[in-house]
Design a protein around this ligand. Structure first.
Ligand code: NPW
Ligand code: K
Length: 582
């Protein structure tokens, strides 16, 4: 996984490199500016040859300093370059001032309000970078035409094609930690943005959150040649793991947990479906079983050895008609579930998709979290309503397995891995007792609405206007939620944030080169819950299961392409695994 940096972390890395004599700030600025020019030519190779016109908008800090370097280099390349300053040249920080003076030896610096984009081929946004501390009044010169360059030239009234906009480090209006626009009282309809964002050393957390991906166009990272010292001790690495935010990437199976490639890692051990875990997906009443079946299919395809749907007895017939490889059993209520869970081979549960929110379902959540007492086995077996848990099953169900005691409240050895999604989340938000029973092998998978129901005060902080940087971010919110819940929280969205109670945090982005807008389709969240449950059954740790499942979920959508419906996601997994070399 790639580490994403906050502005403060980036500054610390830069300062350390300067302090140990590795490089000067001026040299870093030169490398940054050169990297931006190279990125422009890499993005639009036609600009490399010929004479073009650039407008460079520089701000009052070192982001502006980068802009002066870019202006100088493009001018040396033979371009016509105009530079405009937002701020006071006398107050520029030292390195930016040096580059301002260098540019002044080559050309003028206009007042930003005088900027004219007509006939510009490239506009460089170097007004603010990671140092934006509050919303800024966008100069009138960045009028609605600038805004509309970004909409493929819509309403562009210039004489030639609209210019490409390149943001240095980040679009100037955006906070680099949260990706949020810092607001002002200005009543201006436009929003800044770019076709290309060029950042330095490593992507910033904010590039993947909130408004930044849509505003920033494509994202390129320039290597500044700074060495970041390796952390020697295990303790240091642990602390760092909890401070940084990672971007979820192609899974490194051997690092992340049990390999999906090695279903039977011990050559001498016989392959057995139970060695790959048994996931139980609890589903809802007749007519509402589709979501649970989708989750079950996802759990099976991702590699759980056995998957069972546990539905109300009256929904058995409907589900039986729709399931083959997935097994089925009636689970009338929480007591029945508690008895089913005496079989410790059932090692992962999934509750929520299509579950319903009645008394039975609340009982199921309680039993899944270890709250329900394990009742004695019924003698004779229940008949009629609520007593058909032993009725038709398909395949070879695992009931009657090892009679280990249920571990209360998820404490201690063997607390079951539980994915709580959809209706189960709503029930958690209504019941402090259920919420308090969450434990460290649970995974919550809320979308924004469910998150707000579960953590209203945290959601309110996220929804409050972002006025100062660093603004409260989705990363902050998810970390806070995970710490409160005491379990992994996967906060869904195109910028899915996954946090563990110990502070580990990752973003699974469906933006930039991983954009998959067609993933926003009915039932796709149910499949994600099933993917997580399947990996938990396989023995993945909750944080790793959530990260890996989220990544594969997007990968399936990208592999399938537009036209995707939720049913396609599990069926795409074999192709994705093949492409991964699994
Ligand atoms: N770190 C690195 O490794 C490298 C960094 N490099 C470059 O440096 C950039 C960071 O530079 P930076 O720290 O000077 O911040 P930057 O964004 O230019 O602006 C800060 C200035 O703006 C001001 N200001 C803030 N908000 C404002 C507002 N609303 N309205 C008005 N003013 C406002 C703020 O004032 P203050 O908040 O202190 O009042 C301060 O004066 C970084 O993004 C990258 O491009 C590369 O050169 C090489 C490697
Ligand atoms: K910028």
């Amino acid at each position: 996984m790639t580490e994403l940096l906050t502005a403060a972390q980036m500054r610390a890395i830069e300062q350390a490199a300067i302090a140990n004599g590795e490089v000067t700030g001026l040299e870093l600025m030169e490398r940054a500016g050169r990297g931006v020019v190279e990125a422009i030519f890499a993005e639009w190779p036609e600009l490399r040859a010929g004479t073009f016109r650039a407008v460079v908008l520089c701000g009052p800090g070192n982001n502006g300093g980068d802009g002066f370097v870019v202006a100088r280099l493009l001018k040396e390349w033979g371009w016509g370059v105009e530079v405009f300053l937002y701020g006071d040249a006398e107050k520029l920080p030292p390195d930016a001032r040096v580059n301002y003076e260098r540019w002044r030896g080559m050309g003028e610096v206009g007042w930003i309000r005088a900027a004219d984009f007509n006939r510009a081929d490239v506009v460089v946004d170097a007004i603010f970078g990671i140092g934006l501390s509050r919303g800024f009044e966008i100069p009138a010169a960045l009028n609605h035409e600038y805004h509309h360059f970004l909409r493929d030239g819509l309403w562009w009234t210039g004489e030639t094609r609209p210019p490409y906009i390149v943001a240095i480090d980040i679009t100037s209006e955006l906070d680099a930690d949260s990706g949020r626009r810092l607001e002002t009282s200005q009543e201006w309809g436009g929003e800044m943005g770019a076709h290309l964002t060029v950042t330095f050393h490593a992507p910033k957390v904010g590039h993947y959150l909130d408004s930044a991906p849509a505003a920033g166009g494509r994202l390129r990272v320039v290597d500044l040649g700074i060495d970041v010292p390796e952390l020697d001790s295990w303790d240091e690495r642990q602390v760092r793991q909890r401070q940084i935010v990672q971007r979820v990437e192609r899974p490194e199976w051997n690092i992340w947990g049990p390999s999906l490639t090695k279903r039977n890692p011990e050559p001498s051990a016989p392959a057995h479906k139970f060695s790959h875990g048994h996931a139980l997906v609890l589903s809802g009443p007749p007519g509402h079983g589709g979501a649970g079946r989708l989750a079950a299919r996802g759990a099976l395809r991702i590699g759980a050895g056995l998957v069972t749907v546990g539905c109300p007895p009256e929904a058995v017939a409907e589900n039986a008609a729709r399931l083959d490889a997935v097994m089925l059993r009636g689970v009338a209520d929480g007591e029945v579930l508690a008895r089913v869970l005496e079989d410790r081979r059932i090692n992962a549960l999934c509750l929520g998709p299509g579950l319903g929110m009645g008394e039975r379902e609340a009982g199921l959540v309680a039993a899944a979290l270890g709250l329900a007492e394990c009742p004695p086995p019924p003698t004779p077996p229940h008949k009629g309503e609520g007593g058909r848990d032993d009725l038709p099953t398909r395949g070879t169900d695992a009931s009657g397995g090892l009679p280990l005691p249920l571990v209360g409240r998820g404490q201690g050895r063997g607390a079951r891995a539980v994915v709580l999604d959809a209706d189960a989340l709503t029930m958690l938000s209504r019941s402090p007792e259920l919420f308090d029973a969450l434990h460290k092998t649970c995974v919550l998978t809320p979308h924004a609405g469910e998150f707000a129901r579960l953590f209203p005060d945290i959601a309110a902080k996220l929804e409050a206007p972002a006025v100062r940087g660093p603004a409260y971010s989705k990363v902050d919110a998810t970390r806070e939620a995970a710490a409160r819940a005491g379990c992994v929280v996967l906060f869904k969205g195109p910028d899915t944030v996954i946090a563990a109670p110990d502070g580990r945090c990752a973003i699974n982005s469906a933006h930039y080169d991983r954009a998959a807008p067609w993933l926003a389709t009915a039932g796709s969240g149910d499949v994600l819950a099933g993917f997580i449950a399947g990996l938990l059954a396989r023995g993945f740790a909750p944080f790793d299961a959530a990260c890996t499942a989220a990544w594969l979920h997007v990968e399936c959508a990208r592999s399938f392409g537009p036209g995707l419906i939720a049913e396609d996601l599990p069926e795409e997994l074999p192709k994705v695994f093949r492409a991964l070399g699994v």
